[in-house]
Design a protein around this ligand. Structure first.
Ligand code: CO
Length: 231
């Protein structure tokens, strides 16, 4: 059962930062609105969660997972990190995936990047930010891997946006290669992995056509998604 999230206009001016007191007031109003629509909403949700989706996205404050797909609490399990990176040895994201797939039995894992990603931009421009530079080495690996493709684009914004897309496609491939996903597919559990990208300038999602529901499809979709990027 999906509910549309009630999006209030009260927080919509990004130039005015609400105070902490306002955050509590907003929270009361939000809870009141949901209870007005369904008095049992929180009581039902407190008993168990049954999300069908695992969202792996960037920590960027402008890419709110639940809101941009219109889903209310209980419908989407979320993991976010800088530049939506899935690293083979990162027990944080692997644990999220294992819990989501094995226990919650989600049906879809969505890796969602976004255009204009600051982490991807820092990698491309070789900026020194701090500790996070070490994390972004994984995006650097993506950049090195597709160096010849990226070097065709002279415009910095276009190159950045293509690296954002390539990063999503590579992370989808990483998700597909985890033991969590491979084991699920081997035992016949229905599970699809998808690669999407969000446009902060228009608020719209785009499918990068990297979806896979088996290891074989993952290999085919990966090659297809990479080759369908503009020359
Ligand atoms: Co980002």
């Amino acid at each position: 059962m999906f509910f549309l999230v009630h999006i209030s206009a009260r927080n919509f001016n990004p130039k005015i930062m609400p105070s902490l007191t306002e955050l509590f007031n907003n929270n009361k109003e939000w809870a009141r609105d949901l209870i007005a629509k369904d008095p049992q909403f929180f009581e039902d949700l407190a008993v168990q969660q049954r999300p069908e989706y695992l969202w792996i996205g960037c920590s960027d404050s402008r890419v709110p997972a639940e809101e941009l797909v219109g889903l209310a609490p209980g419908n989407i399990f979320v993991h976010r990190n800088v530049a939506n990176v899935i690293v083979h040895t990162d027990f944080n994201s692997l644990s999220v995936m294992q819990f989501a797939v094995d226990v919650l039995q989600v049906k879809h894992i969505i890796v969602c990047g976004h255009y204009g990603c600051g982490g991807v931009r820092a990698t491309l421009q070789r900026d020194r930010v701090g500790l996070v530079d070490n994390w972004l080495r994984h995006v650097d690996d993506v950049m090195q891997k597709h160096h010849s493709l990226l070097s065709r684009f002279e415009d910095d914004t276009i190159r950045l946006n293509h690296l954002c897309e390539l990063n999503v496609i590579e992370q989808v491939s990483n998700v597909c290669k985890t033991t969590v996903v491979r084991d699920a597919w081997e035992r016949g559990q229905p599970l699809s992995i998808h690669g999407w990208i969000y446009g902060m300038r228009d608020g719209l999602l785009r499918d990068l056509h990297a979806s896979a529901s088996s290891s074989e499809e993952a290999r085919l979709s990966y090659s297809k998604a990479i080759s369908s990027l503009p020359e």
